[in-house]
Design a protein around this ligand. Structure first.
Ligand SMILES: Nc1ncnc2c1ncn2[C@@H]1O[C@H](COP(=O)(O)OP(=O)(O)OP(=O)(O)O)[C@@H](O)[C@H]1O
Ligand SMILES: [Mg+2]
Length: 230
């Protein structure tokens, strides 16, 4: 599992993450919910090592990650789909996917499983990333993350600004990754109904602190919707 303890992070004088403690069990889909600006993305950046946490520890399957650079965390099996997708608009779909395999030796071919998960990417493989719709770009960003053959897939608000039919597809794909391919998924979300429909377990963050957590099936009973309502 992923184990985070005592994580603290600051931007200047602002205390953004406050003693964050959470676990993400192996082979399950865990959702982290929280309102705008509570520190969700900052936490994910600390997990990936693009921001160095001020204090605390992060371990994946008993390997301490806290002092490792981002590329070494990718080599340990972590992959990241950033908020806003960050695809390369002038590269083709296929080139965008190959960027995700840059840590592997001699990446040249897209594995069939990527195109099976996202048939639209196969149809559009020669098109520029920037020509895709928002939903297609999100699928591309997920496909790119899968190119490093991860064990732990971390996604930051993949439903943001995306049409409902593609949100459904993305939800199904994430469940498929967990159930059929054995991946562990950590998903940051603000869209409650989507989160509830696919979560095995959940955490809620407020002002840099974890304030609740439990089983996905109990989210309604635990009043999670109210905790994240704007
Ligand atoms: N590079 C930065 N420098 C200074 N402050 C920052 C920086 N990045 C984020 N912040 C601030 O830190 C706080 C947490 O931001 P963060 O992006 O982690 O929140 P979030 O929960 O992901 O929000 P959202 O739901 O809008 O994506 C916010 O108050 C934000 O304004
Ligand atoms: Mg964010």
């Amino acid at each position: 599992m992923l184990e985070v303890t005592g994580l603290n992070q600051y931007y200047g004088g602002s205390h953004i993450l406050r003693d964050v403690k959470l676990t993400v069990p192996d082979g399950k889909l865990t959702v982290l919910l929280g309102r705008n600006g509570v520190g969700k993305t900052t936490l994910l950046r600390c997990l990936m090592g693009t921001v160095q946490a001020k204090s605390g520890s992060i371990a994946w399957r008993d390997t301490p990650l806290t002092k490792l650079p981002t590329y070494a965390r990718v080599a340990q099996g972590l992959a990241y789909v950033p908020q806003g997708r960050d695809i390369f608009p002038r590269l083709t779909v296929e080139e965008n996917l190959l960027v995700g395999a840059a840590s592997k030796k001699a990446p040249s071919k897209i594995p069939d499983k990527i195109y099976e998960l996202f048939p639209v990417l196969k149809d559009m493989r020669a098109r520029r990333g920037g020509d895709l719709s928002g939903g297609q770009q999100q699928q591309l960003a997920i496909g790119r993350a899968l190119m490093s053959d991860p064990q732990l897939l971390i996604l930051d608000e993949p439903t943001e600004g995306i049409q409902p039919s593609i949100i459904q597809d993305i939800g199904r794909t994430l469940r498929q990754l967990v159930e059929e391919m054995g991946l562990t998924v950590l998903l940051v979300e603000q869209y409650y109904d989507f989160a509830k429909a696919i979560a095995d377990s959940y955490w809620v963050m407020s002002r840099g602190e974890i304030i609740a957590g439990g089983e996905g099936a109990n989210m309604d009973a635990d009043g999670v919707r109210t905790l994240i309502a704007v």
